[in-house]
Design a protein around this ligand. Structure first.
Ligand SMILES: Cc1cc2nc3c(=O)[nH]c(=O)nc-3n(C[C@H](O)[C@H](O)[C@H](O)COP(=O)(O)O)c2cc1C
Length: 246
């Protein structure tokens, strides 16, 4: 049996071993990496080079963490509904204050009306690159507790869910790019989201890839910028607070 063709017929373009077994009802063992070789060689090389460029941790953290970045190019590869469900499942299992799970997501695929609606809510800058992404999402947070009080940890917990989602995505070679540059009031209105909820960010999702040479200069520059962070001693200090240089 041509397994790859079979996957494509099922609309599965990238999936972990477990899902493959489930869908086919057969005992095959394909790893994510074996099944993800859909990029052209040139694309693969650029992605590998960029991974290396973005990676500069002082301590030995997980490769998944070090190699993630927020790209402005994405591969043309189709992102299947089933694959997205895995990302939401990862978000679902994040911890949250009182287990309130205040996170919600609206997601949509390129060429749909909903994609256009999200696109129209984005800042001009984000619009300049986001059309490369096959999927757009809105991350929405419930700001109230069950008894109607302010949930001061709602955004914190959405961040945890996003952390889960983006690491799951990274493990499947899927890139994510969060955007605060979204007119949340407009998005709220367009999608008829009640006032108790708040659109926190938009997110572009797609497989790593694409050709940065097709980008405008400012975006190309951004894509080739090495990953940069403040020094570790400026974010964690033993025993007491300290003077931070602004
Ligand atoms: C909450 C949040 C909002 C962001 N908003 C935008 C945005 O509107 N546009 C954009 O291009 N990048 C946005 N970013 C991406 C950040 O600029 C990026 O994460 C940061 O520069 C670190 O780079 P890296 O993700 O490639 O490691 C956002 C990231 C987060 C977490």
């Amino acid at each position: 049996m041509d397994l790859e063709l079979h996957f494509l017929q099922l609309g599965i373009h990238h999936c972990p071993d477990l899902l493959v077994r489930e869908q086919l009802g057969v005992s095959v063992s394909l790893t994510v990496n074996q099944f993800s070789q859909k990029m052209s060689l040139a694309e693969q090389q650029i992605t590998t080079d960029l991974k290396e460029l973005k990676k500069d941790p002082d301590h030995p953290i997980l490769d998944l963490l070090a190699e993630r970045w927020s790209p402005v190019t994405f591969s043309d590869r189709f992102l299947a509904e089933e694959t997205l469900q895995i990302l939401f499942e990862a978000a679902r299992w994040a911890p949250s204050s009182n287990n309130l799970q205040p996170w919600y997501f609206i997601y949509t695929f390129r060429t749909t009306e909903a994609f256009e609606k999200i696109y129209q809510c984005l800042s001009e800058y984000n619009q300049s690159w986001v059309q490369n992404a096959p999927v757009l999402m809105l991350a929405i947070v419930d700001e109230k507790t069950e008894d109607g009080k302010e949930n001061y940890h709602a955004l914190h917990d959405l961040g945890l869910a996003m952390g889960n989602m983006i690491m799951q995505a990274q493990s499947m070679e899927i890139a994510t790019h969060m955007m605060a540059g979204v007119d949340w009031k407009k998005a709220q209105k367009v999608f008829e989201i009640p006032e108790a909820y708040h659109v926190a960010t938009a997110i572009a999702v797609g497989y790593y890839g694409g050709d940065p040479d097709d980008l405008k200069e400012n975006l190309r520059e951004r894509e080739f910028k090495p990953g940069k962070r403040k020094p570790l001693d400026q974010l964690a200090r033993r025993d007491s607070w300290w003077e931070l240089k602004k």
